[in-house]
Each structure stands twice: as C-alpha cells, then as structure tokens.
Write a protein that binds this ligand. Structure first.
Ligand SMILES: NC(=O)c1ccc[n+]([C@@H]2O[C@H](COP(=O)([O-])OP(=O)(O)OC[C@H]3O[C@@H](n4cnc5c(N)ncnc54)[C@H](OP(=O)(O)O)[C@@H]3O)[C@@H](O)[C@H]2O)c1
Length: 270
C-alpha cells in the first residue's frame, strides 16, 4: 500500500538486514483477509497510525526455517503478512498439529479468537450461562456460536439478518433481524429476557434497538446482563438508552486489541 485511497499492488520490497533474537524470516502459506485487514488498508482501523508504505496483513500460517507450520500474529508493523515472506517473532506464534489446514487456520483464528478471548479474558464466564450473539451470520459470529457452546454455554441465541440459516452450527434459537420491526423487537425481547451475556459484532442502530427490546422484558432485575462490544459492522457509534443502565444490571465491556493485552492474546493461541 502506498496510499489509503488506492488498491494494493504487488511489488518487491526489502526484508530487514538484521533480525531480533526471536525473529525469523518465514514463507507465508495463507493469510486471513479479516475486516481488521480491510480497515488497515484504508487507514480506518482504530490502531492505524497512517504510516505508509505498508504491506497489509496481520496474521497467517507460515513455514518456519525448521520446516514447521506455525500460525502467527504480527506486531504493529508495516511489514505485513500478505507477501511471499515476512518476519515473524516466534514468541507470537504457535506450532500447528499435523494435518492442520493452513487456509482454514488462517481464515478462522482471528474471528474465532474474538469470542474466545472475550469469554475467557474479559468476563468471568460460567458454564451454563446463556449467550446471545448479535451479528451471528459473519465469520466471527458463526464461530462465536461454536465457541460459546464449547465453553459450556447453556443456551446460545444467534441474532442476525437471515439468522435462521444458523441452526446447523449449534444455536439453540435464532432471531432474524430482517422483517417487521415490531415482530423483531418482540422476538429480541423474548430471546433476551434471561440472557447473561451478549456478544455484539454489530453496534450502531441494532444495538440500540436490541437494548430497547430486551431491558424492559428482563425477568429478573437482579440478573447481570453483560454486553461485550467486539465489532461494529452496523455502526461505529450506538446511542445507549440511559434507562437501560438504570433499569437493569447492564454492564458494558469491550474486547479487542488493547483491552486484552498482547500477552493474553498470545497465551490463548494454542
Ligand atoms: N475485537 C476483536 O477481537 C475482533 C476480532 C475479529 C473481528 N472483529 C470485528 O467483528 C466484526 C465482524 O467480523 P467478521 O469477521 O464476522 O466479519 P464478516 O465475516 O465480514 O461478517 C460481517 C457480518 O455482519 C453482517 N452485517 C453487516 N451489516 C449488518 C447490519 N447492519 N445488520 C446486521 N448484520 C450486518 C453481515 O451480514 P449480511 O449478510 O446481513 O450483510 C455479515 O454476516 C467486525 O467489525 C470485525 O472488525 C473484532
């Protein structure tokens, strides 16, 4: 990338002359094209420092000089992973088991880690708790259904446009956001009446609408409702009704790069 308003181009670039003690030049096999990478390439990601030129890509699967396959995440760097070779700090990588599919791993790790880390690092999630996923139709949301189940969620409700197609991923219930506004609100309220944790990839208007639908219908005012902000595909900002914070035990939490330390993210990779 040489400008944020132009598409990337293939071109040659130099690798650094010297490497740090834990660094290696690796052959890249597969790279995830996550929303995070797309926002890196137009400079809109919240961590962007506008430094150019840059090679995009934040993670991937590579073959290291010892012949092993590793999934890696890069630090903040202009030398990204969308290249034949890149420089990896091996402490920020994990060896893959035999038979692992590099493409699946590269595609799935970033979206899967979003819910895995949120539930394991940002809140005290307990097996048996009920989870509702806002924006369950995307890569991260579809994996969140499976992650929540794997971590012992008692009930998982998948919410999204066309969410009825998600039952085969293990969701116990689905709420489609497309359709009559009142019916959607009713369905959301019913689904959220005793939910413990919301994993939110949407934000924007859908989050405002969901809070308006859910809070008045809560069965037990004393039950904590932990709302984890993870993505913002429907809007960077959302207006939170003040009454929602007074009328329920609503707790707003975020999860992502920064609110979870790099050390904790790396520790969770395996
Ligand atoms: N904080 C973290 O650790 C972390 C990690 C990974 C991802 N994320 C964030 O999580 C979000 C989702 O990532 P992803 O990988 O799942 O992206 P994705 O695969 O591109 O999926 C996005 C989904 O959002 C849906 N969508 C878009 N606009 C919508 C709207 N207005 N209302 C309802 N649904 C809407 C799309 O469904 P349609 O088919 O209906 O358009 C699509 O299924 C992104 O914001 C990403 O940056 C955060």
């Amino acid at each position: 990338m040489t400008a944020f308003d132009r598409a990337p181009r293939y071109q040659d670039f130099a690798l650094p002359d010297s490497l740090g003690p834990h660094e290696a030049v690796v052959d890249v096999l597969a790279v995830g094209l996550h929303p995070r990478v797309r926002s890196q390439t137009d400079g809109s990601h919240y961590t962007s420092t506008d430094e150019l030129p840059l090679v995009p890509g934040i993670d991937g699967v590579a073959r290291t000089p010892d012949g092993k396959l590793r999934y890696f995440i890069l630090p903040h760097t202009r030398l990204g992973s969308m290249a034949e070779q890149t420089v990896v700090d091996l402490r920020r990588s994990v060896e893959l088991p035999d038979g692992a599919n590099p493409i699946q791993i590269a595609a799935a790790m970033n979206p899967a880690m979003s819910s895995w880390i949120a539930l394991r690092r940002r809140i005290d999630f307990q097996p048996g708790q009920s989870v509702l996923i806002m924006g369950a139709t995307g890569n991260a949301g579809r994996l969140a259904i499976q992650v929540a189940k794997k971590l012992g969620a008692g009930r998982v409700t998948a919410v999204g446009r066309g969410a009825d197609r998600l039952s085969d991923l293990g969701a116990d219930a689905t709420v489609c956001l497309d359709g009559d506004e009142r019916a959607v609100s009713q369905a959301l309220g019913e689904a959220g009446r005793d939910v413990d944790v919301v994993i939110d990839y949407l934000w924007g208007q859908p989050t405002h609408d969901a809070l308006c639908a859910i809070v008045p219908r809560r069965v037990d005012d004393g039950q904590v409702l932990t709302w984890i902000q993870i993505g913002s595909v429907a809007g960077l900002e959302s207006s939170i009704p003040s009454a929602a914070l007074r009328a329920s035990r609503l707790q707003l939490v975020g999860s992502g790069q920064g609110s979870v330390s790099t050390r904790d993210i790396v520790a969770a990779l395996a």
